[in-house]
Ligand binder design. Structure first.
Ligand SMILES: [Zn+2]
Length: 290
């Protein structure tokens, strides 16, 4: 009898360990979503913006469905584009929690912490100034260049650094071809190409159904990488340098104690960690953007 109880205990403990939900953070931008080939589709009130919202929601739902197909999961979806009110909440998979609105200090990674097993980037774009990067920018049109510890990064890189600083690896990243090439220079990561940019304002699109299928295939493989794929190593202080489009913005940024002036357009700051760096970078590109 006792042996049977012990055996049952072992079996139930093993079963619990097997079904521990995987915890995934999804940061979803819009420019890199499949089926979006104009800036109007990513702008509130623009032609076919409503279609853009549907496509964005469908990509998130496709990825979420694939994650749940693989096992139990806890998923947080962070809306990361513009006013960060793009996903159609009532049409989102009801098993996820959803972070909305852009008044959040950590923007595209708000809510990400060390408890997550991985982060997924959906619908991303290349960094400011990239040739053949569809709607390429970094944070906002204010930024001409951003460097972390001397490495130039776009939004994908910035978010990868933050994730790395809390010990979370990037499991998968999707967006236009140029974005996927950019992120692969920083980390080894599974990617899904959704379109090929033609200059910065047009794109040759894959059909959205092809993109959602590819996302599902890749995310299932990516989930198997959990525990094997390493976060970007980011420890200790982080120096950021940011080049803006107008020297007046750099003048105003100098009001932040500790900010250093590099040249007319460029300031730099030695942050104690990535969280401090991220918040200040966001202040500069979002709130110094008159
Ligand atoms: Zn965006």
């Amino acid at each position: 009898m006792n042996r049977l109880i012990i055996l049952l205990l072992i079996v139930s403990t093993f079963a619990r360990a097997q079904t521990k939900p995987v915890k995934i953070f999804i940061s979803v931008d819009m420019e890199g979503i499949g089926g979006i080939g104009t800036s109007a589709m990513t702008s509130t009130g623009g032609k076919d913006y409503e279609t853009g919202r549907k496509l964005m929601t469908a990509e998130v739902n496709a990825v979420v469905a694939a994650i749940f197909e693989a096992g139990s999961a806890e998923i947080v979806v962070n809306d990361s584009h513009g006013d960060m009110q793009n996903l159609l909440h009532t049409q989102l998979d009801s098993r996820v929690e959803y972070i909305q609105s852009n008044i959040k200090p950590l923007g595209m990674v708000q809510g990400l912490d060390a408890t997550f097993d991985g982060i997924i980037f959906i619908g991303f774009h290349a960094m400011a100034g990239t040739e053949n990067g569809f709607l390429a920018h970094t944070g906002s049109g204010v930024v001409k260049g951003l460097w972390l510890n001397g490495n130039e990064v776009g939004e994908g890189g910035l978010n990868t650094y933050f994730a790395g600083s809390v010990g979370v690896p990037v499991l998968m990243a999707s967006g236009d071809k140029t974005f996927t090439e950019e992120i692969k220079k920083l980390i080894t990561v599974r990617t899904v190409v959704t379109k090929e940019a033609i200059g910065t304002s047009a794109a040759k699109l894959l059909h959205p159904d092809v993109v959602t299928k590819a996302l599902q295939t890749q995310v299932k493989i990516a989930l198997k990488d959990i525990g094997k794929v390493k976060p970007l190593s980011v420890q200790g202080p982080v120096e950021f340098k940011i080049k803006v489009d107008n020297p007046t913005r750099a003048d105003v940024a100098m009001s932040i104690p500790g900010m250093k002036r590099i040249d007319g357009y460029t300031v730099s700051y030695q942050a104690k960690n990535m969280e401090e760096a991220y918040k200040l970078i966001r202040v500069i590109y979002k709130y110094l953007s008159w």
